[in-house]
Write a protein of this length. Structure first.
Length: 365
């Protein structure tokens, strides 16, 4: 008699029951009749969302044609029950951490990033009481989760930041916070477009709203979130200034508004009549991040640009082009809203004029 292996697997955050069936036409015909079942060609198993009475349904489907091996499935289900049993113990610490982040006025994006990171860590701890977590647990999480899944060093650094703050709030005496080390940062140059590439992208946009949005990102060196948070009251067209409020690091800054762009913005406001935010969705409220990303994607297809360009490339290009035109690095730091000049200095490594102006000693031979 053939044996069918039942198991539990996670797919995109959802638990699915897996059915590994030997190649047998009768058994395959039987599994195909199960409601909601799908074939996973990568893992060569059948998958179905768990539901009440599913095990009994499987037993009846295969009848006497096969034996169901439920041992691994039951082991995983017991693990899930154990995690759920302890999950309530994490609710209060997470609420305290969330309240602390809000009291310190961390941005909404940072709050979400840190809370998500702590949630992943606590899930990995499988119910272990917070006051019993030690440094070795964090090291194991780093090795067996972050490094095993090949997450980036920037994500690893975010997790370290979150863990340090979380255990400071929880006052865990078993962990020396100074022993939670950050990963060595890799030196990666920012991606930059040429002025001609920027011009091609903007010229390809026939929709006035789309053209003004991407133009502002480049013309003022804005982050995507800063653009979408802009309100009508932040636009000082008569003074040719743009007010960026409570940006990264909870800082306000003012950036000059391009004279060339001023007319387009006035035409946009007159045509679209936004009420609160400068750029609003079809049903009001802020324009969505995914929608503006699609605007850029369509522009790249229109121009035939094969580079994996993101919206942030426009900000990088703004800084680099300013540097190449002779703008002082200290002013660029202020315009970008960088806390440290070291962050801004990276643009000196991608400035073509700076690099092209260096004379090789080979020329003197």
């Amino acid at each position: 008699m053939e044996t069918i292996l039942l198991d539990l697997a996670e797919q995109e955050g959802v638990e699915l029951l897996t059915i590994r069936v030997p190649y047998d036409p009768i058994l395959i015909a039987a599994v195909k009749k199960i409601q909601g079942v799908r074939w996973d060609p990568d893992h060569r198993v059948w998958k179905v969302p768990p539901r009440k009475g599913l095990l009994m349904e499987l037993r009846n489907s295969f009848g006497e044609n096969a034996k169901l091996d439920e041992s691994e499935l039951r082991r995983k289900l017991n693990q899930v029950k154990e995690q759920q049993r302890f999950r309530h113990a994490y609710d209060l610490p997470l609420e305290r951490f969330s309240a602390w982040l809000k009291s310190k006025r961390y941005s909404k994006n940072t709050q979400k990033t840190y809370l998500d990171a702590i949630g992943v860590f606590l899930k990995f701890m499988k119910g272990k009481p917070i006051n019993e977590i030690v440094l070795e647990d964090i090291i194991r999480f780093n090795n067996d989760y972050i490094l095993y899944k090949a997450y980036s060093s920037s994500y690893q650094n975010q997790v370290v930041n979150a863990l340090k703050l979380f255990f400071r709030v929880e006052e865990n005496k078993l962990i020396d916070l100074e022993e939670i080390h950050r990963p060595r940062r890799s030196f990666k140059l920012p991606n930059v477009l040429s002025k001609e590439e920027v011009r091609q992208i903007l010229d390809s946009l026939k929709n006035l709203k789309h053209r003004v949005m991407l133009s502002l990102l480049y013309a003022c060196g804005l982050r995507r979130s800063e653009l979408l948070e802009l309100r009508l009251t932040d636009i000082m067209i008569d003074r040719q200034l743009l007010l960026i409020q409570q940006s990264k690091g909870n800082k306000d800054r003012v950036v000059p508004l391009s004279q060339k762009l001023q007319g387009q913005m006035e035409e946009y406001i007159k045509t679209y009549k936004p009420k609160h935010y400068l750029f609003e969705g079809q049903n009001g409220g802020k324009y969505s991040e995914t929608s503006i990303a699609k605007v850029l994607k369509n522009a790249l297809m229109e121009t035939g640009n094969q580079k994996a360009v993101s919206l942030h490339w426009l900000r990088h290009s703004y800084a680099t082009h300013l540097l190449e035109s002779g703008t002082d690095l200290r002013y660029i730091q202020e315009l970008l809203g960088h806390k440290s000049s070291r962050t801004t200095e990276i643009y000196t490594h991608v400035s073509q004029k700076k690099i092209q102006g260096i004379r090789s000693p080979f020329d003197d031979l």
